[in-house]
Design a protein around this ligand. Sequence first.
Ligand SMILES: CC(C)(COP(=O)(O)OP(=O)(O)OC[C@H]1O[C@@H](n2cnc3c(N)ncnc32)[C@H](O)[C@@H]1OP(=O)(O)O)[C@@H](O)C(=O)NCCC(=O)NCCS
Length: 166
Amino acid sequence: MSVTIRKASSDDLGIIHDIRRDAILGISDDFGVIERQAWADRRSPEFFAERVAAGDVVLAVSGSSGLGWGSSSGDYISGVYIRSSSGHTGVGRAIMSRLESDIVKRGHECATLDSSPNAVGFYVKLGYTPVGPLNDDGAVPMRKALRAPHNTALQTDERRASAVAD
Ligand SMILES: CC(C)(COP(=O)(O)OP(=O)(O)OC[C@H]1O[C@@H](n2cnc3c(N)ncnc32)[C@H](O)[C@@H]1OP(=O)(O)O)[C@@H](O)C(=O)NCCC(=O)NCCS
């Protein structure tokens, strides 16, 4: 299966909504049916219009099928949802990799997110660490260093230059 990751457009709002519902309703064990239904119903397709217009949403597609999507803004990963039939095939990891590279391009050294309890193991696999108490929604704040501080090399060079000058 060849998977492409591309920016979502306003034409994708329906599919974004549909993937999210499918991903949430497909979660096993951790949540009861009522909780999953309430989580899935919390958003309408229009809710994502602003994020999509801002260029924050990326969509994984295979041919004409949407498999999953993720969104980020600043250093924050605001959502990752993979269709349950495409779960555990590496689509989530591929989307996270694209979001992390977008975050680095925006000049950040760390990625942050709030994980629902069912997804903590997924994020740990990708190098994220819990960084504090549960937030008000019961989500786990997590963080991952993406690269060395931007100015480390510069500072080292500056120190070297000043040592030579001394
Ligand atoms: C959590 C979710 C995004 C994972 O996506 P995915 O495409 O199945 O993940 P991948 O196939 O890329 O898995 C990457 C690795 O994480 C592991 N993994 C995936 N889901 C996991 C989970 N819930 N718990 C622990 N490990 C998990 C995989 O086994 C894989 O490990 P490996 O590399 O050793 O084989 C997806 O299951 C989903 O959309 N869940 C419902 C919505 C949700 O909870 N989103 C997150 C909200 S914060």
